[in-house]
Design a protein around this ligand. Structure first.
Ligand code: NAP
Length: 446
């Protein structure tokens, strides 16, 4: 028998487990997660109104319910109180780290930490009911917001800021976030890119969705689009379509009666967050110009955009995991085809997949081939790793270390509690958003 631990139950962890059981009839896989709930960013990153993407949970569920896969929630690996990575190696023939990119990139500009300035990740965690997220009063007194960055996360948070409560009510958004968004007095969001529309990272489908939001006008300035003289016809399909959509919007007359506006801005690089009464009051941008090679240069001209809320959506970043090598430049674990490299030397028995392996890029499906490559390396190493019976049973060892894992039944009990909460509120499933509620449901009801 081959016993493998997969650390992280998001898409990369689930696809790794799936590939393992499909390709080795004798493997047994434990999928560990520090949270009592599975699915990683599918549960805690995909926006609640993206129900189609969220439905991917159904196929990840099939993996975690496979007879040779076991979900062990509430198990932290590394860090204070966590199971050390070297201990995990003693309990399994091989360990695959699929821990994602747990933090956000920094802008590194003055005022970044002013009250009212948040990373998009913090905002996403809040509306996704992540138990570590604080209800930070994101929208208190906010009339205008700035979202820095033009990737898909920026589109998500922009859309969520203006989406009406009526549309979010049927989703699983936690009640407190729904109430806050319903009471919001926000009228305008500016989503701002430091380069041009052709270099924006959002995908066209996500961009187009902004144009279909009820009672919301999308405004694009023709003059800003014209700053890039490059011929859109020469662009690859994705950027070309983005530019076409933006040009269409720029050509439309503004909707007079819309309650909310989204302004898509380009060629503005943030240089400082300006305070007003101890909180953020505006963002100072420098106008940029294309440098002809896809980059940009500063022009020395500045524009202050008023905002009582700033969401910095400039990408995720991996965090070092105690006991594993880490490349601070890329925020990833150095690897060769998924094998962890220590001082440049592959370490059979230790692997990575997903964002901690290749950085925070790509869509959910990108994790499938990524996981497959790692599993190919792992299975090629099996002759060296051996399949000898291991001396300890992992769950018994975890309990001896004072960790009581949340089993799959515990997660099913959380799901039932979320259905019951929704029924009490006259809604569908509503997510539980704090540790006590999650662990209470998992342990009491299971
Ligand atoms: P991203 O796609 O890497 O976009 C980051 C954005 O931040 C870019 O516009 C980037 O501009 C900008 N940026 C970076 N540093 C900056 C700085 N110092 N000042 C100003 N702007 C800066 O990251 P993301 O939006 O977090 O998305 C992460 C991944 O998740 C992506 O692969 C995304 O497609 C995926 N995702 C997909 C969906 C979906 O499919 N619906 C939803 C959410 C996320 P530059 O290009 O100029 O660096």
């Amino acid at each position: 028998m081959l016993r493998v631990a997969v650390v992280g139950s998001g898409p990369s962890g689930c696809y790794t487990a799936q590939s393992l059981v499909q390709r080795d009839p004798e493997v047994r896989v434990d999928v560990l997660d520090r949270l009592p709930c599975p699915y990683g960013l599918v549960r805690y990153g995909v926006a609640p109104d993206h129900e189609k993407i969220k439905s991917l949970q159904g196929s990840l569920r099939t993996v975690l319910e496979h007879e040779r896969v076991r979900f062990l929630g509430g198990v932290r690996v590394g860090g204070p109180g966590g199971l050390p990575a070297r201990r995990l190696r003693e309990l399994y023939h091989a360990v695959v780290y699929c821990v994602g990119a747990a933090t956000d990139r920094r802008l590194g500009i003055p005022g970044e930490d002013l009250a009212g300035s948040w990373s998009a990740t913090e905002f996403v965690s809040w509306y996704s009911a992540h138990p570590d997220a604080a209800d930070a009063g994101f929208l208190r007194g906010v009339r205008t917001a700035v979202v820095i960055g033009v990737g898909n996360v920026a589109v998500d948070v922009t859309r969520m800021l203006v989406r009406g409560a009526a549309e979010l009510r049927p989703t699983d958004i936690p009640q407190a976030a729904l109430d806050t968004l319903a009471a919001s007095g926000l009228t305008e969001v500016q989503m701002v890119g430091r380069r041009g529309p052709a270099q924006a990272r959002f995908t066209t489908k996500e961009l187009r969705e902004l144009g279909g939001l009820p009672d919301t006008d999308v405004i694009v300035d023709k003059a800003e689009l014209a700053l890039d003289p490059a011929d859109p016809g020469a662009l690859p399909t994705g950027p070309r379509r983005n530019v076409e959509v933006l040009r269409d919007w720029a050509a439309r007359p503004p909707a007079v009666a819309a309650a909310r506006r989204i302004r898509l801005r380009f060629f503005l690089r943030p240089v400082e967050l300006l305070a007003d009464g101890g909180r953020v009051g505006a963002v100072r941008f420098e106008r940029t110009a294309p440098d002809g090679t896809g980059g940009m240069t500063g022009t020395g001209r500045y524009e202050d955009v008023p905002a009582q809320l700033v969401l910095r959506s400039v990408g995720y970043r991996g965090v070092p995991l105690e006991g594993l090598p880490f490349d601070p430049a890329s925020g990833t674990v150095p690897h060769q085809e998924g094998r962890v490299l220590r001082d440049g030397v592959p370490c059979p028995g230790e692997y990575v997949a997903g964002w901690i392996k290749r950085g925070p890029t790509g869509v959910i499906g990108t994790n499938r081939p990524c996981a497959k490559e790692t599993v190919t390396s792992l299975l090629a190493d099996v002759p060296a790793l051996g399949r000898a019976v291991l001396p300890e049973e992992p769950v018994a060892a975890l309990r001896a270390a004072g960790v009581e894992p949340v089993p799959w039944d515990g997660w099913l009990a959380i799901e039932r509690a979320e259905t019951e909460l929704g029924a009490r509120l006259g809604r569908g499933v509503v997510k539980l958003s704090d540790w006590d509620a999650l662990l209470g449901a998992a342990r009491v009801l299971s």
